[in-house]
Design a binder for this molecule. Sequence first.
Ligand code: PLP
Length: 454
Amino acid sequence: MTSAISRASGAVGAALADADRATLIHPTLPAHRTDRTLLVSGSGSRVRDADGREYLDASAVLGVTQVGHGRAELARAAAEQMTRLEYFHTWGTLSNDRAVELAARLSVLAPEPLRRVYFTSGGAEGNEIALRMARLYHHRRGERGRTAILSRRMAYHGIGYGSGGVSGFPVYHDGFGPSLPDVHFLTPPHPYRQEMFSGADVSDFCLAELRETIERIGPDRIAAMIGEPVMGGGGAVVPPADYWPRVAELLRSYGILLISDEVVTAYGRTGHWFAAEHFGVVPDIMVTAKGLTSGYIPHGAVLTTDEIAAEVTGDQGFPVGYTYTGHPTACAVALANLDIIEREGLPANAAAVGDHLGRRLAELAELPVVGEVRRLGLMLAVELTSDRASRRPLPNGTVEVADALREQAGIILRTNPYALVINPPLVFTREEADELADGLRSVLGRTGPDGHVR
Ligand SMILES: Cc1ncc(COP(=O)(O)O)c(C=O)c1O
């Protein structure tokens, strides 16, 4: 296997890699992988490693960096705030100007009637809050039996015990002991995976299953359904247009809350500020993070309605808070980040460059290992297969292809076991989209059905 370190002659890169191997625990890194790619700087859609090699960041890190790397404006916003009031909490009656300013801005930006805001430091934290809000809402209204949560297989909601408990990949459950009880997993609306639907229409199948599940568990036992509008970790799984409107209507008829996990989709990624606008469905609780600060500082916001906020605060108050909730420096960076997204029209750029990139990637569909290309805005996936007729995944997964893209084409992107997941910064240009498409063609054109890149 080629590796950044075997290539690296630089003493700095090699020394950092040694220290990395000796100290850092990386997510998802098997022990046999000793190579490292050590990134040290970035600008726009590009990052550079310790040996000076440049890469195209086709993943906006993890679907986060909407405004691109190296924006000094955000560093100045953080420095200015840190020298004034770096941090205070928002527990009880204490508040701060930046948290108030950001909450007011989000309450205008978000679709009606999501007017109330709870700040977190990330996506999983946001989903913990959303799950607690949903259960507490019913509890305080006297419907104490409503504790069950509906989710979907292939969902990713983070790795807290609550958010991980509603995530629909076995890897977040196996070996960790009991996770959140009373969670029920439904079929994801994944049109490519026709075998899941026994020949039925995807939405009809999912809706029938949802209704049957609700009736089986008992509507008065169910607090909420949680879902990503477009599944990110699942591989940019875009549901049919009628799926969310029909799900929302059915849930409402049973008094079940809808939690929309917009941790990846919010703040422009799908070509709208929020994916809710794309699907025409406003949830009861919306969880956002990532793009709120473009990752320059960890932050997140949970948005909900006046009615739910009133119920979960009430005379007893909302009993749960994070140390960093309403962190003024994070809020200041978020405000400056939203300024850039607005000023530079990044949701519209995501739609336009996404159209172009989508057209270029559609050309890859002629390659034998490409099962499907799908996308919404700048959220895309290339599903890889060893056999297009049966849609069988590559036997050794997608990591070798991602490695080859990085080492041979200078492209960094994320993968899941079946697909290359592409979420570029929203400042991505048509030229960068072409470079990405050319790099993908060059590597996928040399990838065999055995998953090896020649
Ligand atoms: C849809 C979704 N929800 C939640 C999370 C978890 O966010 P975090 O890693 O900030 O906790 C992620 C992370 O990728 C995500 O994609």
